[in-house]
Design a protein around this ligand. Structure first.
Ligand SMILES: [Mg+2]
Length: 231
């Protein structure tokens, strides 16, 4: 007589009622090339502002990313750049590579509780992207770089600001991000963390940490991961 094979119930997320998603390279795949367009616009902005060639502009951006959290924060602090001008410029991109993602919409809709987008980008860009993906109606709020008063992830204050805004406790939250370093403060606050391991190699300005204990789960396929959760 054959024993019935035990069905894997999947990761247990029954404690989660607040679902927090990064936008770029998290809610759409990195191979869409979308974020590469934004990165190219960031480099072009720095080139134009500082009169540099592309290689030198990329080096400046890496320095700002390391020392100020984002290219934009470096530009604001060092060169007094107007963030609205910068955000409008870098997000002026072609979204035609994105299509409605009905599978992901279904997987998100199944999650019990509240869903949010938490991005270091701007609300206007997030709204456009979510419309293209057919996901806009699934999120209660979009938290952008203005919401967090230009203190981008992984600044721990930004996480406290958004949790307070949602009147949510960290321990009921789960956070999904393709940037592993953004998950460290989330885990420290008590959120369950999921790393979308899909960064294209060229954005390799990710910083290795001594341990990966702040990453509770990792996946290369957000939709399949969500569908497999015990909720
Ligand atoms: Mg991202």
């Amino acid at each position: 007589m054959q024993h019935a094979k035990a069905v894997d119930p999947g990761p247990d997320f029954r404690h989660v009622g607040v679902w927090i998603f990064d936008l770029d390279n998290t809610l759409y795949p990195a191979d869409s090339g979308l974020f590469a367009q934004i990165e190219a616009r960031m480099t072009l902005y720095v080139q134009t502002l500082l009169g540099l060639d592309a290689d030198d502009a990329r080096r400046v951006r890496q320095t700002y990313y390391r020392e100020h959290g984002t290219t934009m924060n470096g530009l604001m602090r060092v060169h007094d750049v107007n963030p609205d001008d910068y955000l409008a410029f870098v997000h002026d991109i072609d979204l035609s590579a994105l299509e409605h993602d009905t599978a992901l919409a279904g997987a998100l809709a199944r999650l019990p509780g509240r869903r949010f987008v938490f991005t270091n980008g701007c609300r206007h860009h997030a709204g456009r992207v979510l419309e293209r993906l057919g996901l806009a109606h699934l999120f209660e709020d979009l938290w952008d770089i203005r919401t967090i008063e230009f203190r981008p992830k992984p600044d721990p204050d930004s996480y406290r600001v958004v949790l307070a805004r949602a009147a949510a406790s960290a321990t009921q939250g789960a956070m999904f991000d393709d940037s592993a370093r953004n998950l460290a403060p989330a885990a420290a606050l008590g959120l369950t963390t999921i790393w979308l391991r899909n960064n294209p190699a060229w954005t390799g300005i990710e910083f290795a940490s001594a341990t990966n204990q702040h990453i509770h789960y990792e996946t290369t396929d957000l939709c399949a991961f969500l569908e497999g959760l015990r909720v």
